[in-house]
Design a protein around this ligand. Structure first.
Ligand SMILES: [Zn+2]
Length: 244
């Protein structure tokens, strides 16, 4: 039977992270723990040994661009010890638009140095620039996280070979559902984005990953959740392959 995969999770945002880390390992749920700053990635891997089930991504959240400086040296050190990059991207919503240039400079640099990495990408009102930067830098192993943008751009991302990770909040919203219906099943992942989402009306905890699979199976009209699990596992194997 295929194991569950969570493609985007923030372990460091849980006060009881030790317990959560142990629980994920016990439950054998493959989990990509993204980080929002490279220095946080470094403390995470110092505290926690990456395991078969818990992996860490080195990241720099675009919403941080105006608040903290981007630690290039720390990011490069991080890159040398993981095959995952995230959370990275661009956020041009009103609050963060004033740091647009800084965000683009950092994201472009990250894409340049992360060509062979699996990337979890935050894209808000920045579809055109994300598309261009990914294409220019030839990043091939890309997962768009919580994509809620324009459908025309979504098609372009599909053409580019991108995958999409879907969470419970998306499944509940009408625009989210519309987007989910357009994504081919061979480009889909499940993510929790815990602790920033709700499942069954309550804040996400790691025991609820299977509930997200069930919700997604329902929206995609896949009547057996095991079929979805197998598909997601297959997608993961495609993503990590060197060339496809
Ligand atoms: Zn996130």
């Amino acid at each position: 039977m295929s194991k569950l995969i969570d493609m985007h999770f923030h372990l460091d945002f849980y006060a009881n992270h030790r317990q959560v880390y142990n629980r994920i390992n016990q439950m054998e749920q493959h989990t990509l723990c993204v980080t929002n700053q490279p220095e946080i990635f470094e403390s995470c891997i110092e505290l926690y040994k990456p395991t078969k089930y818990v992996q860490f991504g080195v990241g720099f959240h675009p919403q941080n661009a105006g608040k903290v400086s981007f630690g290039k040296a720390s990011f490069l050190r991080g890159l040398s010890c993981t095959k995952y990059v995230g959370e990275v991207g661009l956020d041009f919503s009103k609050e963060y638009l004033c740091y647009k240039d800084r965000q683009m400079e950092i994201f472009n640099y990250i894409c340049q140095v992360s060509r062979d990495k699996i990337m979890s990408i935050h894209c808000r009102m920045a579809e055109g620039d994300i598309y261009r930067i990914l294409k220019e830098n030839n990043n091939k192993k890309v997962v768009m996280h919580w994509y809620s943008g324009d459908e025309k751009w979504m098609e372009k991302f599909i053409e580019l070979g991108c995958f999409f990770s879907i969470n419970s909040n998306m499944i509940r919203s009408n625009t989210g559902k519309q987007i989910i219906n357009q994504i081919p099943i061979n480009r889909i992942f499940v993510e929790s984005d815990g602790p920033f989402t709700k499942v069954l009306g309550r804040k996400y905890t790691v025991g609820k990953l299977s509930a997200i699979y069930e919700e997604l199976a329902c929206v995609k009209k896949i009547y057996e959740v095991d079929v979805l699990k197998r598909q997601v596992t297959h997608n993961y194997l495609t993503l990590i392959k060197e060339d496809y």
